[in-house]
Structures are given as C-alpha cells and as structure tokens.
Design a protein around this ligand. Structure first.
Ligand code: F6R
Length: 600
C-alpha cells in the first residue's frame, strides 16, 4: 500500500522524505518519487522500482528545497511505471501532489477535465486530483483543495505543494492514514508513525474529511465545512519497534485488528452500482472454460476451498480445489478450456509456483490472487488480482486469509456476472458491510479469550463443520495448531460417527461452526453426539432453534451464509491467539515455520 511523507521546515526536506519512505517500505510498493520546491520551481524526481533506484536518480540533481513531498506507490490504477509513479503534477507544472487511496469516480472526473481541455500523462486516478486542483485554483490553494474534496469519491491521504503558494503544504485525509508531526523548526507528515519517530513523538492525528495547512512555523486545521478547528498535540509513547506494532503486543494481534480496514481496502473500487468490477480480468472470455481449478497451500488453500464452493454454486461450473503440493503429482485434467486460480499471500510459495508452471504448460488460463505486489506468482500468471491486506508480518496468516475470502467471493460473483448468471444483489450490498460486522465481532474479544482458557491445557481439540463451514474449521484448527501447539483436527461433522468420535471422551473440547442454514441443524445434532460422550462444546452459529446442552454459543450476525466464513474467521483466530498467549508461546514466530515457504 502506498506510503506518503512530507516536510515543511528550516532544513532541507530531502533527508526526512527519504528516511520516512524507507520506514514505510514495509507497506509494499513498486515505485517511488519526491517533489521539492527549488527556487520557486517544482523539482519532481520519480521512478519505477525500489527506493535505491530513486536515490541513484536523485544524485543527478541539486535537491536543497525545504518544502517537499514523497511517495511510495503500490499500483492500483495503471501498471508500475515511471509515469504512473507519484508525485503527479498539473499540466502547468505549478502544483504537485501525492495520493494514497482510490478515487472511485475518477473516470467521470477525467472525462470532464478532458472536455475542458486537460491532457493526462498517466493512467492513475491520482492525476485527476491534481488537474482538478488546477481547474479550481483561483488564488487560494486551500480553497481549491476544499472544492476538489467535494468532487472526489473514495479514499485519500493527500499532500499538495505549489509554486503559486510556495510557503505551505496542504494535507487532507479520508479513509487512508495520515499523521502530522511537530518537530524542531519543522512539520513532518507521514502515513505511519515509524516514519516520524526520528524527528518527533509529538503528533496531530488528522481525522477523516479534515484538512491542514502547514507552514514552516504554523499549522491550521479545517473541518469539512471549511471552518477553522483546533486540534491537540498527542505525544506517542512508542519506540520504533512498538510503533510498528501500533501499540499491540504482537503483530498477530495487530493484524487481526486491522481486518476491518484491509477488508474495506480489498473491496474498495470493486463494487459499483450493484456490479462487481474487476477490470484486471476484462479481457478474459469466461465462456471458453469448462472447469476451474483452485490451487494453494495452507491457509490460502482454506480460502480457496471456500471460494471454490461459492464459485461452483453461482456459476454451475465444475470446480476442483487442490493443495499445490498434490496438484502436480496428481495428473490434473487441464487443457486450454481450464481456468486455474492460484492463491498465495506471499506469491513466492514454491509448491504453488510449480503448480502454476504446470498449469501454464498445459495451456490453462491462470489467475493469481496475491498480496505481495510484484511477487513471482503475480508476474508469472496471465492475470493477477491483489488482496489489499498490506504487509503481513506474523507468520500465522490472518488478514491475508480474510481478504483472500473477500476477493474470492468477489471473483465468483464477477465470473457469474460475466456468464450472465443470476446474481444476488443483496449479497453484494452485504459485502460492503462486512468491515462493520468484523469490527463488531472484534469487540467481543474477551469472550474468545475466555474460550482459550478451555483449550490451554489440552493435547487435542476437535473442530467440526459442514459445507462452507468445513473450510472455516480447517482454518480454525490450523491456526490453533501453529501458534499454540495444541493438536487440532477438523472434521466434516457428518464424518464424526465414521471414526473420529472414538476419540471423544469426558473433557474433550469440540469447536463447531454451523452457519449454513440448510445444514446447520445437522451439525447441531452431531454436536449432541459429542456432548453425550462428555465433550464441552463451543458453537459459532446463526441458527437458534432447538440447541440444547451447549455451554458456549456465540451468535454470528445474520448475513448471507456465503459471507459467514469471513466473520467466523475472527473468533477462531482470536481463540488460537489467546491460547498461545496463555501458554507463553511466541505467537509471531511459531517454531519450525517461515512466513514464505520457498522450498518444496
Ligand atoms: C498459516 C500460513 C500458511 C500459508 C501457506 C501458504 O497461517 O500462513 O499455511 O498460508 O504457507 O503461503 P502463501 O499464501 O504465501 O502461498
């Protein structure tokens, strides 16, 4: 995800801009750039690739300005390229801007601007903002910004400088992070606190729809109506390491809590007027396929298992979901009429990459669902869709999983749409509300911590579910195993009586998920069979009829069954997390595991 830095002070801006960008590298990026004001001219230097490429390029210039803006870009609209990199300048080269976020109505605004004689250099949505600033500029940059903000829809963190008013930076935000620091003789701005900490711990948190006008020795804040407001300076107690964890004890907990935000990011710009928009796939003729393969490992495989069932349901295409390490040794039935979908957070998992290679040799059309931009899987597949989870640092995958689920559900409905199948609009509306539901479930964290006390001394735990809930319990069991080292197995609930029930005894713990209305009652009957043999049950359900003797029931919000896997993931992650914490395990770095599995 993009990173922003800005400096307005007595020193040269360059060193803050560059150190700040390097602190934001963890967010992931594909290009970088800066603009400084040099003798009342804009000096913009930008390029595709890593920050060291930008550093090399900067060596060819004299960069001494004391006002500047910087950016690392994670491509959303337009491929990674020099031209699509930020900052973007207006045609007259008087205004320069960096933007993080997505402008949803940029096509319409671009059309209007072209009709008014504007020309565009890049394919980005961001360039529309700077041209619109030019259009509205009438002697007051602040006023022009306020007019522009009324026209743009979507998310933004913006920093704007101009030769027309060379004493200031205008910053604004909505749904994208932006923090302003008050340093000695300077104001510094960044997308995240670690980028500021070398300069200051005193910060202003800009709220959504607020604007700030920063001068070297003065800052003023404005609300959405353009009225002056006061903001208080907060001193952040963090050291650099803690700041990266945003005050959470571990990256895993931080990433669990980031899910409302990153799910929103993954949805952003992809639903419009009851239509799912995945422009990246617009050139695919979906009519040509007679089957679909889903291939992935571990958590990504569990997301695939859910995505594949939804896809089959809504498109009626035969779907096969396989673990990557099995796929290539299993003589898969692939030809030019096969669509093969590869899911990987890192995009570097050796088994998944080998499977992709095989599918391509056999002439399948390949789509990658990846989180890391520029990763091997995204470069080697025919098409790529990115989850917007941001960097996932904890080894156990949490936010990558739920964003994969979101994107796979979007993909299933997108393919259905392209095949002219009937699409459930209500479900598409509900997708937009998922971040709020996740937020609500996170508020019940204490309940899940209490459940963790039931598991902490166990050697084994049993997870059961049917249908889409089976994918959820597989993931729940994996999370518990990997971070808390409690052995856990997941079973299709109907299979219990075919063997595993022999293991259930007095004191066993069974975690059951029953969110699919057509089959929930059956899972609940299976629960009764385990209770009769002495098990303690934790049940996650939306079903409320005839549930007897279950000690612990957590009712999930009543939304479309297809979306429940996203919601139930949250309590299952938190149960695993707290079990590991209570046992004193190193949750972020479980033994024997690596974040990116680049060997077979
Ligand atoms: C579990 C976990 C792993 C990964 C698997 C695939 O929490 O993180 O099971 O999901 O190694 O990794 P990616 O998605 O990077 O291909």
């Amino acid at each position: 995800m993009c990173g922003i830095t800005a400096y307005c002070g007595q020193q040269e801006a360059l060193s803050f801009l560059m150190q700040g960008l390097s602190k934001l590298e963890y967010r992931g990026y594909d290009s970088a750039g800066i603009t400084t004001l040099e003798n009342n001219q804009l000096l913009t230097i930008k390029c595709k690739g890593r920050l060291k490429n930008l550093e090399e390029k900067i060596k060819n210039y004299q960069v001494h300005g004391s006002i500047g803006i910087g950016h690392t870009r994670w491509a959303t609209h337009g491929i990674p390229s020099n031209l699509n990199s930020h900052p973007h300048n207006n045609s007259h080269d008087t205004i320069s801007l960096v933007h993080n976020g997505i402008i949803e109505n940029y096509r319409q605004l671009k059309k209007e601007l072209i009709e008014n004689g504007y020309t565009f250099q890049s394919d980005t949505d961001s360039e529309v903002i700077v041209q619109l600033l030019d259009y509205y500029y009438d002697g007051e940059l602040l006023e022009a910004t306020q007019k522009v903000l009324k026209r743009i829809e979507g998310s933004y963190a913006l920093c704007i400088i101009s030769t027309l008013e060379p004493d200031k930076i205008i910053v604004a935000k909505k749904d994208s992070p932006l923090i302003i620091g008050k340093a000695t003789n300077a104001y510094v701005v960044a997308s995240d606190i670690p980028a500021l900490l070398e300069y200051t711990k005193d910060v202003y948190f800009l709220d959504d729809l607020e604007v700030a006008m920063i001068k070297k020795d003065h800052i003023s804040f404005y609300n959405q109506q353009g009225k002056r407001i006061e903001k208080t300076l907060t001193t952040v107690p963090y050291d650099l390491e803690a700041a990266k964890k945003d005050g959470y004890d571990t990256f895993m907990l931080k990433e669990i809590h980031e899910q409302p935000y990153v799910i929103n990011e993954t949805l952003r710009g992809r639903i419009f007027n009851e239509q799912i928009i995945l422009d990246e796939l617009k050139d695919i003729n979906f009519q040509q396929f007679n089957k679909v393969y889903f291939v992935a490992c571990g958590t990504a495989y569990h997301a695939s298992l859910c995505g594949s069932q939804v896809l089959q349901r809504v498109t009626q295409l035969p779907v096969i979901s396989m673990v990557a390490s099995e796929f290539r040794y299993n003589d898969p039935l692939i030809d030019q009429h096969t669509l093969a979908i590869f899911v990987s957070q890192s995009g570097e998992t050796a088994d998944t990459l080998a499977a992709l290679k095989l599918a391509k040799q056999k002439q399948a059309t390949t789509i990658a669902i990846a989180n890391v931009l520029g990763s091997t899987i995204s470069r080697d597949s025919d098409y790529v869709l990115y989850t917007c989870a941001g960097p996932e640092i904890a080894v156990a995958s949490t936010k990558a999983y739920t964003t994969q689920l979101v994107l796979l559900i979007l993909l299933a409905y997108y393919i259905a749409q392209r095949l002219n199948k009937e699409v459930d609009f209500q479900l598409i509306h509900q997708l937009n509300s998922i971040p709020q539901y996740v937020e609500k479930i996170l508020k019940d964290e204490k309940i899940f911590e209490k459940y963790a006390y039931m598991l902490k001394d166990l050697h084994d735990a049993y997870f059961i579910g049917r249908n889409l809930d089976y994918a959820s319990v597989l993931e729940g069991a994996l999370k518990l195993k990997e971070v808390s080292y409690v052995h856990a197995d997941a079973y299709v609930a109907g299979e219990l009586k075919h063997g595993p029930i022999a293991l259930i005894e007095e004191g066993s713990v069974v975690i059951a998920v029953a969110t699919q209305p057509h089959i929930a009652a059956k899972t609940i009957s299976n629960i009764q069979e385990t209770i009769a043999r002495g098990a303690h049950v934790i049940l996650f359900t939306t079903h409320n009829e005839n549930i007897k003797h279950v000690e612990n029931i957590y009712y999930l919000p009543q939304i479309a069954p297809t979306l429940q896997a996203i919601l139930v993931a949250i309590p299952l992650q938190l149960i695993a997390y707290y079990t590991a914490c209570i046992k004193g395990c190193d949750v972020d770095k479980p033994r024997n595991l690596a974040k990116s599995v680049t060997v077979e």
